[in-house]
Design a protein around this ligand. Structure first.
Ligand code: ADP
Ligand code: MG
Length: 240
């Protein structure tokens, strides 16, 4: 579903991604860990070309992301992205936030879009908030709306960039529960998160990045029990 081959990325002189080789299969759940500034967000953003790679090849769902002529809008319809901050439209209701893209981009008829949005709100556990505005919701509820909005485009891939980092502790669980459900349903997911419990339980593979490189790719049990690199051990000793 996602294949990085010898990918490098520079911001000016700064070499932010170094020779990335990474293959993610359909249905796989990959958690990316690593210290701040190691390139996790940049790697994620390359997948839907929010950042352009400098060299190498990147293929996502058959789309050659590295080729300038690729129809990136078509590709982006297949990818949902959830950020640390929710970026909901403040002057639209929850329901409108979810139906906007399906109606405009997928050309789905309004009634059908609303029905689908209600089903998604059931799935994330807040159908009663359909007609509320984002400011009337807690952070955890807003993030669940953001996930529902991502799912409304029926994506093949969901990207999560620290989706719980801006939440109060008591709201983290409700967002992770939604992500866990998605994982069980077979969604291809790439998640940057510091939630080690989620990584252990839900990830098929853990990737550890440091200074723009992938240092380890392991099953969670191997990763947490037997980290190979000194840098990983140091990271884990600080975070666990
Ligand atoms: P992480 O998500 O692991 O914290 P990022 O991918 O956000 O790391 O950033 C990796 C490095 O690239 C950091 O040193 C950051 O300052 C730098 N960086 C990120 N975005 C830009 C940008 N648009 N221009 C220049 N440098 C950037
Ligand atoms: Mg980041």
């Amino acid at each position: 579903m996602i294949q990085f081959s010898n990918v490098n990325k520079y911001f000016g002189e700064f070499h932010v991604l170094k020779d990335i080789n990474l293959t993610i299969e359909a249905g796989e759940v990959v958690v990316i860990l690593g210290p701040s500034g190691s390139g996790k967000s940049t790697l994620l953003r390359c997948i839907n070309r929010l950042e352009e790679i400098s060299s190498g090849e990147l293929i996502v769902d058959g789309f050659k992301v590295h080729e300038p002529k690729t129809n990136i809008n078509l590709m982006r319809q297949e990818i949902g992205m959830v950020f640390q901050h929710f970026y909901l439209y403040p002057h639209k209701t929850v329901l409108e936030n979810i139906t906007l893209a399906p109606i405009k981009v997928r050309k789905i008829e309004e009634g059908a879009a609303k029905k689908m949005a209600m089903e998604l709100l059931e799935k994330v556990g807040i159908p009663e908030k359909a007609n509320s505005y984002p400011s009337q919701l807690s952070g955890g509820q807003q993030q669940r709306v953001a996930i529902a909005r991502g799912l409304a485009m029926k994506p093949k891939i969901m990207l999560f960039d620290e989706p719980t980092s801006a939440l109060d502790p008591e709201m983290i669980g409700e967002v992770l529960d939604v992500m866990r459900t998605l994982a069980k349903e077979g969604m291809t997911m790439v998640c940057v998160t510091h939630e080690m419990g989620f990584a252990r339980e839900v990830a098929d593979r853990v990737i550890f990045m440091d200074e723009g490189r992938i240092l380890e790719q392991e099953s969670p049990s191997q990763f947490f029990k037997n980290p190979k690199e000194e840098r990983t051990k140091l990271f884990l000793s600080r975070i666990l």
